[in-house]
Structures are given as structure tokens and as C-alpha cells.
Design a protein around this ligand. Structure first.
Ligand code: CAA
Length: 704
């Protein structure tokens, strides 16, 4: 039928096989092949038609690489309309992940069977889209409005057994049963029972007052939760139409809102991140035959919040962990914290009792470093102090087996200086987790001067196994994320002392989409952490006092942040809700007087512009220096580690959206009006602006 679709008749049943690796996406050749197969099936003497896929999965969705380009005929809507109208019984046989347009294809079949491992989902919302081929109209007709609402607005897949209960799947194959044979048997039973051609488009749908209230509540809830994302609201419009208008009208609305989503910059940003996340896992220049080393046992040094969180990541992935702490009390505290975290996950329904018990059984505590003699990987997560870390690495070098990889979870220390105290610098790298480590998806993999290709490949593979988004970084102060963050935080401090209030700064950034404003983040982390770090620096290293005088004063008054009930804000002891505190404004005003700053009104636009341009300018420097491999890697760091709004695509994508030339002009304006020291434009930013280029254009040229 086409290079990716074949059609044959076996025992009077037509079989459409799709073979479009890696995920059987609905590329043009699949769509045209399907169309031809339907034509063939309608006029031959087969009795029914089964659609199934080769390889690891049923169709995992539209081909995202075709998005944003002129449409190629036939469009999916046409093919699925033809499938919906087919004059013979149709059955979709699902395995792997039937996602997006893949599930929509299955929903156009009269019946669906699935093997026990299959999962179905409509993840378009994660790409700033909505199911654009009838998914918003057929799903509620088959599974009810509430299930459709959850499936489409969360984007989370549903296991086959649950999909069977929900009515999205009609028959579950026995465990281990062959997919083709199972589908044939099921189709035969339908034919023998004279099963009707059951079209989801023709099913009735009810809409009660209760349903209306559910949709209204979801609209409000999602407005809060997805801050500024437009696709979730459009999805609810489609679901309401599904329940209140004829099928054809609902389909028409879905089509027009899908096209609106497709041309929305939010969707380009989210699609950019989809590919950036996958690209980030690839290491430039790595020899093709580099094989990751086996990692079955991991040691973690330091049973604090970070060490405990890292231990959970590995245990959750079924990898045995030995957690080391110097003191029995510290170890007991750490293991207790881990147990509490697991019990919270169970009580919130995020984890089953069995899985929690199995994971905890994989974590052994010890105060003896020699219990690390046989581990494959050690991650050091002790206090941020170079000498201390070097002492730990000397010990590890003596104790661990020769092939073991030694990693530091440092946020700022020089990984080369740590590697240098060992006799195996080729086995040393940074694995920088983000707090809380068992939740945050980002993992910066820091390549030191002598880290071998093999251990970098191993770190990438391990990251994937434990469900992280890995990004490669070179050695510098703060690597990618924290190095940029210093500039972002500096501007937040300067906006504060120059005239804004903490609430104005945080609301500006949160209103723009950041998960949390910069000062609220400071309160959450504890203001004493930065304070202590500054104490170790010379005045020169500390930089402009305007960028740290306020937090210094707050810490000296005991305002350490949330843990003290007060920091930039005061916190309700029960609810932890923040509120403004006039005492903070007094501190800010007195610091401004002391440093000769005349306070002025600062708009939300200025706050957002200064903080984001500071990120972009430093991001460009990081690219210039080769600390990050690609602009998209920086975007992945910010989206997965720093609460940057995903629908804005990350700082470097934001620069492309705003126009690099415009960003460069803004940076120059701040250099001329605010500070020549803080706002020297990066050479790369300047070069791209002068050549009217973008970061993505620059990256494409380098790859070519
Ligand atoms: N289109 C094009 N390429 C895709 C793709 C898609 N829908 N889904 C995955 N790929 C590519 C990936 O980019 C990756 O390519 P590289 O190897 O070159 O990096 C490769 O397939 C493998 O993908 P993963 O690394 O993600 O593999 P995985 O096994 O970890 O996950 C998956 C597989 C669960 C299917 C995951 O890839 C996924 O979630 N894909 C996206 C699914 C999706 O969003 N579908 C909806 C599309 S929109 C739509 O369908 C609109 C509509 O209504 C018509």
C-alpha cells in the first residue's frame, strides 16, 4: 500500500500492518497507505479488517516532525473519516503505546483489543495541542465526559486494564497471547456473533447539570494549575461541544481549535522542548561503539535530604543502594526521612504499598565506607566544601573496585579538582541532582577534563533508567543551571533594592509563568545557605553589595526563610501561605539608603525583561564557551530543573521567539542605563544579532 503499510488477507480477514519505526508515527506514507488499504478492503471479499503495528508499539501519534510545515495529503482527518465510515467490521489491535493520533485511529475502528502491556493516551496537551482527529469527540462518547476530561487534560496514558473498564478498549488479550492471533480470534468471535459496526461517532452522549459543573470546575482548576497555557482551556471547549452539539459540529470546532493551537507559539515552544529533551541525551563526538558500563549497585555518601532523595531515585528503578553517613544518628535521620517520604507517596495514592516496600528493601544504611567495595557507582552528596569532598574521594579511591565510577553531586565545586585527588580521574564526573532529587527530572552530567567516554555514556544510560532528563555540562562555577541562576537572582535583588517589593517581583515572574518567584524560592531553600556561601568569599568575589545586602540583613535578623516562619515574607505556621511583611520593606529601604540607591517604581514588564534577559545573556556565554552542547540543552535544564514555563520553551527558545536582535538591543540598553559590569552582551548574542540569526539557526548550521 505504501513503504510503511502493507495489506493482506489471512483466513478471510484483512490485515493492515504498519511498520514505521521507531514509534509507528502517522507520517504521510502511513496515512496514504492506510487510505489505500481501506479502499482495497472495501471492494475485496474479506469479512473484516484488523489494524496492527510491527515493532515496539501501536501508532504513538501524529508525526511531530511534520508539524509546522505545509500539510501533506491525505490529512489524518480525511483518513479517519474514511475509517469511521468503513463498510466492514474494523478492529484495532493495540500493543505498546497507542497515543494521540494513534489512539484516535483506534477509536475510529468499530472495536479495540489490546495486549496486557498496552497503554492508551492522548498526550497532545503536553505539546500545547489538543487531539485533532476526533479524540475530543469520540473519547467522551465511549468513556464518559469525566474520563475524557482526565485523559485529555492530563495527557497521562492509561493502562490497558483501566482502559477496558473505561470503555476505550473492548477486549483484553490473555497475558502472553500473540497479538495477531489474539486479534484474529477476537475478530472471529465478533463476526460469529454478528456484532454491529459500532461507530463511536454515532454513540449518544448525555450532559447533565453535574457534567456542566465538572467542566466549569476543571476550567478554573486548570487556569490555576497550567498558568497561562491555552490548550487545556480549548480542550474543555471541545469536550463541552462533544456533549452539547451534534458530532459533526463538535468535530468542526475541534479542527479549528486544533489549528489555533498548532499556530500558537506555546505549541512551538513545547514541541521544541520535546525534541530538545531527547537531543540532550546525545553526546557529541562519542565513539559509536562506546558501551555503557553495567550499574547494578550504587553507593551514596551523605544521608541528608539530597542523599536520601538520590537513594530513592535508584531504589525506585530497582537498583540496590548503600547509603552512607558518618554518624549513626545522621544515618537514622536520613533513613527515617526516606521512610516518611515513601509513606506520604503511598497515602497520596502515588505509589502502591508493595512498590514502596520493594524500593525501601533496596536501600541499606551503613556508617562504614568499606561497604562500598563492590558498588558500580558512588555518588557523593556531602556538604558543599572542596576539601571535604576531596577527603571523601581519596577514601573512595582506596576502597572502591577499580572499575567503579566516582561521582560528585556538587552544585559549584570544581570537578577537576575533585578528580585530581584520585588515581582514576577518567572514572570521575559530576552528577548534579536537583532538590527534591526524587521529584525533579533534571540531572546535569558534568564532564571533567579526564572523564572517559564510557562513564559519560554510562551516566546518560543510568539517567534514563532512573527517569531523569540528563544534560551534559562542562566544568565551570555553577555548571549550566546555577551559573545562569546567579545572574537571574542578581537582577531580582537589584529590582528589589531599586524599588520593587518582594511580592511585586515574585508575582511578576509567577504571572509570567515561573513555577515560583525568585525570592519565594530563596525563602524555600533557606536564606542562610547563600549567606554562608558568601561568608567564604572575598568582597571582590561577592560582587556588587546591592545584589546581596538585603538577604544578608534578613539573615542577621533571623529571617532565614520558610523554616524560620519568616524571610522575604512572613509565613502562616499552619498553611505556610506567604504574606507581605512591612518589616522587610523597612530592611530594603534602609539597605537602599545605606548604599545610596534612590528607589523608583519598577514595572512587572521591567522585572520580567531584566530577569529573563540576564538568563539569556549568560546562556549565550555558556554556549560560546562550549559548557553546554546546544541551546536546546539549556532550555531542557531550565524547564526540568528551574520551573521555567514549559510553554515558553526555555531561555534560548524565548530569545528566538522574542528575536535575538531585540534581546541584544535590550541587553545593550541595560548595559548603558543600569550597569556596564552586569550587562556586557555575550559575543555570541552580538554575532547572532548582527547576522540576524537565531540560536536554533546557529545550532542547525553547526549540525550541518
Ligand atoms: N513523531 C515523530 N517522532 C517521534 C514521535 C512522534 N509522534 N514520538 C517519538 N518520536 C521519536 C523521538 O523523537 C525519538 O527520536 P530519536 O531517537 O531520533 O531521538 C524516537 O522517536 C524514540 O522516542 P523516545 O526516545 O521518546 O522513546 P521512548 O520509548 O522513551 O518513548 C513514546 C516512546 C512513549 C512513544 C514517546 O516517544 C512519546 O511520548 N512520543 C510522543 C507521543 C505523542 O505526543 N503523540 C501525540 C502526537 S500529536 C498528535 O497525535 C496530534 C493529533 O491529534 C493528530
Amino acid at each position: 500500500m505504501s513503504e510503511t503499510v502493507s495489506y493482506s488477507i489471512e483466513d478471510d480477514i484483512g490485515i493492515v500492518r504498519i511498520d514505521n519505526p521507531p514509534v509507528n508515527a502517522l507520517s504521510q506514507s502511513v496515512r496514504s497507505g492506510l487510505m489505500k488499504a481501506l479502499e482495497a478492503s472495501s471492494s475485496d471479499d474479506s469479512k473484516a479488517l484488523i489494524i496492527l503495528c510491527e515493532g515496539r508499539t501501536f501508532i504513538a501519534g501524529a508525526d511531530i516532525t511534520e508539524f509546522g510545515k505545509p500539510p501533506l495529503e491525505p490529512v489524518l482527518g480525511e483518513v479517519l473519516q474514511r475509517l469511521d465510515e468503513h463498510n466492514k467490521l474494523t478492529v484495532a489491535a493495540l500493543h505498546g503505546t497507542a497515543l494521540g493520533g494513534g489512539l484516535e485511529t483506534a477509536l475510529c475502528c468499530h472495536y479495540r483489543c489490546a495486549d496486557t502491556s498496552a497503554r492508551v493516551g492522548l498526550p497532545e496537551v503536553k505539546l500545547g495541542l489538543l487531539p485533532g482527529a476526533g479524540g475530543t469527540q469520540r473519547t467522551p462518547r465511549l468513556a464518559g465526559l469525566e474520563t475524557a476530561l482526565e485523559l485529555i487534560t492530563s495527557g497521562q496514558p492509561m493502562a490497558a486494564a483501566k482502559a477496558l473498564d473505561a470503555g476505550l478498549v473492548d477486549h483484553l488479550l490473555a497475558a502472553g497471547q500473540d497479538l495477531l492471533q489474539g486479534a484474529k480470534d477476537y475478530t472471529r468471535s465478533l463476526l460469529d456473533g454478528n456484532a454491529p459496526l459500532r461507530r463511536a461517532s454515532a454513540l449518544p452522549i448525555a450532559f447533565s447539570e453535574q457534567d456542566k459543573a465538572t467542566l466549569d470546575a476543571a476550567r478554573k482548576r486548570l487556569q490555576q494549575k497550567t498558568r497561562g497555557e491555552r490548550a487545556p482551556q480549548r480542550i474543555i471547549d471541545c469536550l463541552e461541544a462533544a456533549a452539547t452539539r451534534p458530532f459533526e459540529e463538535g468535530l468542526k470546532l475541534e479542527r479549528s481549535l486544533f489549528l489555533e493551537c498548532m499556530s500558537d507559539p506555546q505549541s512551538s515552544a513545547l514541541r521544541h522542548l520535546f525534541f530538545a529533551e531527547r537531543e540532550a541525551a546525545k553526546v557529541n563526538g562519542l565513539a559509536k561503539d562506546t558501551r555503557p558500563l553495567p550499574v547494578e549497585q550504587v553507593g551514596i555518601i551523605g544521608a541528608g535530604t539530597m542523599g536520601g532523595g538520590i537513594a530513592m531515585c535508584f531504589a525506585n528503578a530497582g537498583i540496590a543502594v548503600t547509603l552512607i553517613d558518618n554518624s549513626p544518628e545522621g544515618l537514622e535521620r536520613g533513613l527515617g526521612l526516606i521512610a516518611r517520604n515513601y509513606s506520604t507517596s503511598v497515602s497520596r495514592g502515588r505509589l502502591s504499598e508493595e512498590k514502596s516496600a520493594a524500593a525501601q528493601a533496596l536501600i541499606q544504611g551503613s556508617t562504614d565506607y568499606t561497604s562500598l567495595a563492590n558498588v558500580d557507582l558512588v555518588i557523593e552528596a556531602v556538604f558543599e566544601n572542596l576539601e571535604l569532598k576531596q577527603t571523601v574521594f581519596r577514601q573512595l579511591d582506596n576502597i572502591c573496585k577499580p572499575g567503579a565510577i566516582l561521582a560528585t553531586n556538587t552544585s559549584y565545586q570544581d570537578v577537576n579538582a575533585i578528580a585530581a585527588v584520585t588515581n582514576r580521574p577518567q572514572q570521575v564526573l559530576g552528577l548534579h541532582f536537583f532538590s527534591p532529587a526524587n521529584v525533579m527530572k533534571l540531572l546535569e552530567i558534568v564532564r571533567a577534563d579526564h572523564s572517559s567516554d564510557e562513564i559519560i555514556a554510562t551516566a546518560m544510560a543510568v539517567a534514563k533508567r532512573i527517569g531523569k532528563v540528563p544534560v551534559l555540562a562542562g566544568v565551570c562555577y555553577g555548571f549550566i543551571g546555577n551559573r545562569m541562576l546567579r545572574h537571574y537572582q542578581r537582577e531580582a535583588q537589584l529590582c528589589l533594592i531599586e524599588g520593587a517589593t518582594p511580592a511585586q517581583i515574585d508575582s511578576a515572574m509567577e504571572g509570567w509563568g515561573m513555577a515560583m518567584g525568585p525570592l519565594a524560592v530563596g525563602d524555600l531553600a533557606g536564606l542562610d545557605i547563600g549567606y554562608k556561601a558568601r561568608q567564604a568569599l572575598s568582597d571582590d568575589e561577592k560582587g556588587d553589595p546591592k545584589s546581596y545586602r538585603v538577604p544578608d540583613l534578613l539573615v542577621e535578623q533571623g529571617r532565614l526563610g520558610q523554616k524560620a516562619g519568616k524571610g522575604y515574607y512572613q509565613y502562616d505556621p499552619e498553611t505556610r501561605k506567604r504574606s507581605d511583611d512591612p518589616a522587610v520593606l523597612e530592611v530594603v529601604e534602609s539597605a537602599a539608603r545605606e548604599l545610596g540607591v534612590e528607589r523608583r517604581a519598577i514595572s512587572a514588564e521591567e522585572i520580567v525583561s531584566r530577569l529573563t534577559c540576564a538568563l539569556i545573556n549568560e546562556g549565550a556565554r555558556i554556549l560560546e564557551e562550549g559548557i553546554a552542547q546546544r541551546p536546546g540543552d539549556i532550555d531542557a535544564v531550565y524547564a526540568y530543573g528551574y520551573g521555567f514555563p514549559r510553554h515558553r520553551g526555555g531561555p534560548m527558545h524565548l530569545a528566538d521567539t522574542l528575536g535575538v536582535k531585540q534581546v541584544y538591543k535590550t541587553v545593550c540598553h541595560y548595559r548603558d542605563t543600569l550597569s556596564a559590569d552586569n550587562w556586557q552582551p555575550s559575543a555570541l548574542l552580538e554575532a547572532l544579532a548582527n547576522s540576524d540569526d537565531s540560536f536554533s539557526g546557529w545550532q542547525a548550521q553547526r549540525q550541518a
